[in-house]
Design a binder for this molecule. Structure first.
Ligand SMILES: C[S@@+](CC[C@H](N)C(=O)[O-])C[C@H]1O[C@@H](n2cnc3c(N)ncnc32)[C@H](O)[C@@H]1O
Length: 374
């Protein structure tokens, strides 16, 4: 567990090669359904190569590291995985004439990126005002300008990024339906960088415990990113393996605990969690993997499930996915105990979320308890 690292006044994200190595090593003995599925296999390998090549100090600025699960950094073309195609791809750019064309193209992208960042920040500020109208002033005691983020701006005396705001909007929509005090712990599968975790940390002071589960490459980035903010007690995979294999609640300390675990450790989580969340990652897995996550989650989740996903999933065979995962298929993975309830996505609509992509399911027993209490 560690707080933010600072070098020359600039917060950077710490490399932790031993953590990455352990994840890669232990992944070799992971079995289905906890192995990386086809859609994410290429990403996982490519990201690991890029981590080894560039490190993660400037994670929030490295498009090659973030592409697929977060925004940040100037867009650059991603080289093909095939070594021969990669050789040609990189070689062509160095040839006379071509180098000039590529150079001009890069310059245009740079200018456009700068403009886009300005617009993102402008929109983010409007959305933050809307959220504050509904929830009051957003207080946060940490800065998000770690890892070279270029979409940073000041809000209520702290540094926040435009990339975080869509996740704050999602969380605001969630809390417009679910009382904050009913959410003291949260499980998320496929959190990507972990911006949803940060958004909940800002909005909901009752949250004490998070479990985030992701595949090795993404998990490594997210673990180190969340540590860099200094607003969680991050329990990483090495911490998890070096103590009791069963996770024990450690929520007695000031900061909320965030367990960052790979898929094959999910079943180690035995204690109850209030809510479960998944956003746009079930639809990139295979149906049996979604069912496996839901099956274990059902045994620990006490209040409800919040899913965001494209209704029809990805187009067939996207990224070599074997079977399309629709939102209805995700719904069916949960037992009869989870009942669909009203949901709306008014804040996240501003980031192009379609209202039908946002679904809430309340656990029957929790709903009955609530009715009795009223
Ligand atoms: C499209 S991104 C979504 C990220 C984030 N939830 C969001 O809404 O921005 C998909 C995420 O699913 C993760 N993922 C892919 N396969 C997974 C698996 N088998 N188990 C857990 N996470 C997985 C990826 O690493 C990535 O973080």
């Amino acid at each position: 567990m560690s707080g933010p690292s600072s070098k020359n006044g600039q917060s950077f994200i710490e490399n932790y090669p031993a953590l990455l190595q352990k994840l890669i090593h232990d992944y070799k003995s992971a079995e289905d359904p906890w192995r990386v599925t086809p859609y994410w296999d290429t990403y996982n390998r490519r990201i690991i190569d890029e981590i080894n090549a560039s490190g993660i100090q400037n994670l929030q600025l490295n498009y090659k590291l973030l592409k697929g699960f977060a925004s940040g950094g100037m867009p650059v073309p991603i080289p093909p995985n095939d070594p021969l195609k990669k050789f040609v791809f990189e070689g062509v750019q160095k040839l006379p004439v071509f180098s000039k064309v590529f150079g001009a193209h890069k310059h245009i992208i740079k200018v456009q990126h700068k403009t886009a960042v300005g617009l993102h920040i402008f929109r983010a500020k409007q959305v933050l005002k809307n959220i504050e109208e509904a929830f009051g002033k957003l207080e946060f005691d940490f800065d998000m300008n770690t890892g070279g983020a270029d979409d940073v701006f000041e809000w209520n005396g702290g540094q926040i990024t435009a990339s975080l705001v869509p996740y704050l909007a999602r969380a605001a929509d969630f809390y417009s339906k679910v009382p904050m005090k009913d959410v003291t712990s949260l499980v998320e599968i496929g959190p990507g960088l972990g911006l949803s975790t940060v958004a909940h940390r800002i909005l909901n002071p009752h949250l004490k415990r998070f479990v985030n589960v992701d595949i090795p490459a993404t998990l490594y980035l997210s673990t180190q990113f969340l540590k860099s903010l200094g607003c969680f007690q991050v329990v990483d995979y090495i911490d998890h393996k070096s103590t009791d294999p069963v996770i024990v609640g450690q929520e007695q300390e000031d900061l909320p605990v965030c367990y960052c675990l790979p898929p094959w450790s999910f079943e180690d989580v035995k204690e109850p969690y209030d809510w479960f969340h998944n956003a746009y990652s079930f639809m990139e897995m295979e149906p049996e993997v979604v069912r496996a996550y839901a099956a274990h989650a059902e045994s620990i989740v006490t209040k409800g499930v919040w899913v965001m996903s494209h209704e029809q999933g990805h187009k067939p065979n996207a990224g070599n996915q074997r079977e399309t995962v629709t939102l209805d298929m995700i719904e069916k993975a949960w037992g009869d105990d989870f009942i669909r309830t009203d949901a709306e996505a008014s804040h996240s609509l501003l980031f192009d979320t379609k209202p039908e992509e946002f679904r809430l399911y309340t656990k029957r027993s929790a709903e009955q308890a609530l009715k009795k209490a009223v």
